[in-house]
Design a protein around this ligand. Structure first.
Ligand code: SF4
Length: 251
């Protein structure tokens, strides 16, 4: 055990955030030119890599189709063809159409009007759309609409479980547990800083997850290794010690 294990789980998560920030610096998320492009990216990156999503976004950009109006007017088969590189086009194309239809009919096509909706009711509205789960809704809220909500993903779950910060349940309950943990970690920070802190928090977790905290973690050289409860174990030992096999969030 290290001195950091005398801290509460939120205090430790906040410390891990500081370690990642020190190691990786500002992440400048989300990689997009407009808020609408963030929303499109949040849909397209579901169940696939960002590289694949970026190919679809490049296709949409080349077709001048990265606006709500353009997606609305694009024939569905053409939209499916443009977003094919990111997979699940038969599900993602109608989902994108449903989002722009909602934006048009309920908010006059204005993302500013959408963003002005209170967070709780806006989250419920987004979750009611086809193809929108908790992670997508929260990514849209935080990165496109600047609402202070945590984004929980598989990388955060791995880090929290492997460092003994939480034992999240499967599905929505576990998602909420981890979101509450992140909220508590930043609760002492000023309200005005929450959006930028949560923006950076998720981006840093993804950076650490991609570089080190993969299915089989590479703890050596990871900025968070000093926080491991029992030092640096052999990489294959960590899932056995801390993880719950079979618990997987939808991405
Ligand atoms: S790779 Fe190892 S040290 Fe890094 S976050 Fe994952 S479990 Fe922790």
């Amino acid at each position: 055990m290290t001195a950091s294990h005398k801290l509460s789980p939120p205090e430790r998560l906040r410390r891990l955030h500081d370690l990642l920030e020190e190691a990786y610096g500002p992440q400048h998320w989300w990689p997009a030119e407009t808020p609408f492009e963030v929303i499109v990216g949040a849909y397209l990156t579901q169940n696939t890599s960002w590289i694949a999503a970026a190919r679809s976004i490049a296709n949409l950009r080349a077709a001048d189709a990265l606006t709500a109006q353009a997606i609305h007017e694009l024939p569905i088969e053409q939209l499916k063809a443009l977003i094919r590189p990111s997979g699940f086009a038969t599900r993602k194309a109608p989902a994108l159409k449903a989002f722009v239809a909602m934006l048009d009919s309920e908010y006059g096509g204005s993302l500013d009007a959408l963003a002005a909706t209170p967070t709780a009711s806006l989250r419920i509205r987004l979750l009611a759309l086809p193809g929108v789960g908790s992670e997508t809704a929260d990514a849209i809220l935080l990165y496109a609409l600047a609402h202070p909500v945590p984004v929980v993903d598989e990388y955060l779950r791995r880090i929290a479980v492997r460092h003994g910060l939480a034992t999240p349940a499967a599905g929505h309950k576990g998602y909420k547990q981890l979101a509450d943990l992140v909220r508590a970690a930043f609760a002492a920070d000023p309200g005005a800083a929450q959006v930028s802190l949560l923006n950076q928090q998720h981006a840093l977790v993804v950076a650490a997850g991609k570089a080190h905290c993969r299915r089989f973690p590479e703890c050596k050289g990871c900025p968070l290794h000093s926080d491991l409860p029992f030092g640096i174990p052999a990489s294959q030992d960590i899932p056995n010690l801390f993880s719950k096999p079979g618990v997987r969030f939808r991405r």
